[in-house]
Design a protein around this ligand. Structure first.
Ligand SMILES: Nc1ncnc2c1ncn2[C@@H]1O[C@H](COP(=O)(O)OP(=O)(O)OP(=O)(O)O)[C@@H](O)[C@H]1O
Length: 299
């Protein structure tokens, strides 16, 4: 754990319960994320996903515990950590391009104006925005285009850690599908580490190297870390043909439909750190070693 690029160590969050007491959202949550990994977190509403995200972004302090990046404890927000929220958070008075150059110029102060602009245009292009569109203001863009600008802005800043809080939650299914693939394209050309909240199982399988599963709150925990054993590059139409797709999907559905509630509120009595169990489902490996096809290999 200590050697992970991002190390979440014994994170505990308690809030006042409004009746003079307090309730524990999660306790002693511990997990690591490696450099360049794309990790999604899934869990029911209220389990504490946004709380974890806000702590990673430096927008909130945990009740106890520490988050280390590259071995150093995080404190406060930083350009090293970029955040994309569901509501785009673009500056309404600036064009799409200026929304991107604004951050890039701050991140790379030694660059010339031309370098900043070329770099920003290249990232907008990667998410399918070019021509006139980049000179329009957010109010003149569709929701999908605005979210493309947010994603281009976040990647163009090249933060060490990119935090995505349900970035596609407000988009229709078709636009969502297109932008998911654009996100994969822009991510695969970098060594960017991404931590993303989503409520969409298929989105998580398409995007992630690993999916962290949280039990229901209060007293939630990150119970499982499910490896996505589907090779990259991935597309929405191709992954469903992979033999692991439905096995992984079924596991996630079972967890969220049943086990997330059954495991809820189970905290260790001795105050030990809660690390997720690694789940590896690989029907291709199973077939090669003659083990039953649907068996999950737990480590
Ligand atoms: N500032 C706060 N004060 C008191 N309680 C809070 C505060 N922020 C969050 N909570 C509570 O903490 C719990 C976890 O909230 P959080 O927003 O992290 O959940 P979530 O998993 O992101 O939910 P959702 O999927 O609905 O966004 C909830 O019960 C919420 O009501």
């Amino acid at each position: 754990m200590a050697s992970s690029f991002l190390s979440i160590e014994r994170l505990t969050q308690k809030y006042p319960d409004g009746k003079g007491g307090e309730f524990t959202v999660f306790e002693n949550a511990s997990f690591g994320i490696e450099k360049g990994e794309f990790v999604c977190i899934l869990g029911h509403s209220g389990c504490g996903k946004s709380t974890i995200m806000n702590i990673l972004a430096g927008l909130a302090e945990p009740t106890s515990g520490v988050v280390k990046m590259d071995g150093y404890a995080l404190s406060g927000p930083s350009l090293d950590r970029g955040v994309v929220f569901q509501n785009y958070s673009l500056l309404p008075w600036l064009t799409a391009l200026k929304n991107v150059t604004f951050g890039v110029a701050a991140r790379f102060p030694h660059w010339t104006k031309q370098q900043v602009e070329d770099h920003s245009i290249a990232f907008l292009d990667k998410v399918g925005l070019s021509g006139d569109a980049i000179y329009r203001k957010p109010s003149q863009l569709s929701g999908g285009m605005r979210q493309r600008v947010s994603i281009a802005r976040a990647f163009a800043n090249e933060p060490k850690l990119l935090l995505l809080d349900e970035p596609f939650g407000a988009l229709d299914a078709l636009t969502r599908g297109t932008i998911q693939e654009e996100l994969l394209k822009v991510w695969s050309g970098t060594d960017q580490t991404v931590f993303m909240i989503t409520h969409d199982i298929d989105e998580a399988i398409l995007l992630a190297d690993r999916i962290l599963l949280m039990t229901n709150g209060p007293l939630a925990r990150v119970a499982e870390s499910v490896e996505i054993t589907i090779p990259r590059p991935r597309t929405r139409t191709e992954i469903v043909e992979n033999p692991n797709y439905y096995a992984i999907r079924n596991h996630l559905v079972q967890f969220l439909g049943k086990r997330s509630a059954e495991l809820a509120g189970q905290l260790s009595e001795d105050g030990a750190a809660h690390t997720p169990e690694t789940i590896r489902i690989d029907k291709t490996e199973d077939a090669a070693s003659d083990t039953p096809l649907l068996q999950a290999v737990r480590t």
